[in-house]
Design a protein around this ligand. Structure first.
Ligand SMILES: C[S@@+](CC[C@H](N)C(=O)[O-])C[C@H]1O[C@@H](n2cnc3c(N)ncnc32)[C@H](O)[C@@H]1O
Length: 303
């Protein structure tokens, strides 16, 4: 969505019609700045001056805050797929931007330097609170963990799916921005839904955090997840961090949402948690898929 301002807000003082590009430029400029290592991050002077001189309605401020929050999160997730945010984190980030916007607009005596320092201290505190592992991995400089997406045929192969034996309803957890597998399965005329943190105009693509999604009970014939839920779960297990418990709880909710006879198929395997499953309730198969990786096929045998 583009930002739109009424002409009296744009006014003669500063043309705010391009504020969206200024925010993009602002976030893009600092994209590779490691704020954990005392690197100086900056705010575009044009953006500060423009906002200072403009009269913005509450509605316009809201639009700006929504835009900054969404764009910043989108960039962070692209930079490192392991970064994650809860719904409360989204509200907290919006508040960080709100404070900065208020400082720019109402505290006219604050210098650019002070506004920048305050803003990046708040951003840093926000990131450390929500994704503490970032401090560790950025010690040796910026590393990115790009969010790869795979073709439908490659995902069918990795998950060992046979198009003649797959029936709906199906849920693909972490289906990706392009939801390739969901598109492919839809063409086979099965009832299929994708779940990801990216918004989509397609009715069958659900935008949600897979850690807070309501999976339901006895609902799905197949639940699929390629390089998404289990990949993240494994990473938290490796760090043995505070998210492990949450992932484990959601893992059991996912299994509970299968119909009897339904299957949860994912790659890579999560050996540590699979060991804990009740063998009377679930059958578990691990199959090697190459690259030293395994896929897991869990069938729910009984309720
Ligand atoms: C490596 S991509 C794989 C995408 C797709 N399954 C494929 O194989 O092409 C991982 C996906 O998981 C999604 N994801 C990661 N954490 C998520 C979360 N907490 N809630 C929803 N989706 C998430 C990402 O947005 C991304 O699209």
């Amino acid at each position: 969505m583009g930002l739109q301002f009424s002409s009296d807000e744009i006014g003669t003082k500063m043309n705010l019609a391009n504020i969206e590009q200024l925010i993009d430029k602002q976030i893009d400029t600092n994209y590779r700045t490691n704020i954990f290592e005392h690197e100086l991050a900056s705010i575009d002077s044009k953006l500060i001056t423009g906002l200072k001189k403009s009269f913005l309605s509450e509605e316009s401020k809201k639009i700006i805050l929504e835009y900054c929050t969404a764009y910043f999160m989108q960039k962070l997730i692209k930079y490192d797929q392991y970064i994650s945010f809860t719904d409360d984190d989204v509200v907290a980030l919006r508040n960080v931007y709100k404070e900065t916007l208020e400082e720019i607009i109402h505290r006219k005596r604050l210098s650019k330097k002070t506004i920048e320092n305050n803003h990046f201290l708040r951003i840093k505190a926000f990131l450390l609170r929500t994704n503490p592992f970032l401090k560790e991995i950025s010690k040796d400089g910026i590393k990115t963990f790009a969010n790869e997406e795979y073709s439908a045929s490659f995902q069918m192969e990795i998950l060992g799916l046979d198009k003649h034996h797959i029936v709906g309803p199906i849920l693909d957890i972490g289906c990706g921005q392009n939801f390739n597998l969901v598109k492919h399965l839809k063409e086979l005329e099965v009832e299929v839904y994708g779940l990801d943190r990216y918004a989509s105009k397609q009715d069958n693509i659900l935008k949600a955090n897979f850690l807070s999604f309501d999976y339901g009970v006895n609902k799905w014939q197949f639940i699929l997840s390629n390089m998404a839920f289990s990949n993240h779960f494994n990473r938290h297990l490796a760090f043995n961090d505070e998210k492990v418990e949450k992932y484990a709880t959601v893992y059991f909710k996912i299994l509970n949402s299968l119909k009897v006879g339904g299957k949860f198929i994912y790659a890579p395997s999560i050996i540590e948690i699979e060991k804990l499953l009740d063998k009377k309730k679930f059958s578990i198969i691990n199959e090697e898929i190459g690259y030293g990786l395994f896929r897991t096929i869990i069938e729910k045998l009984t309720n």
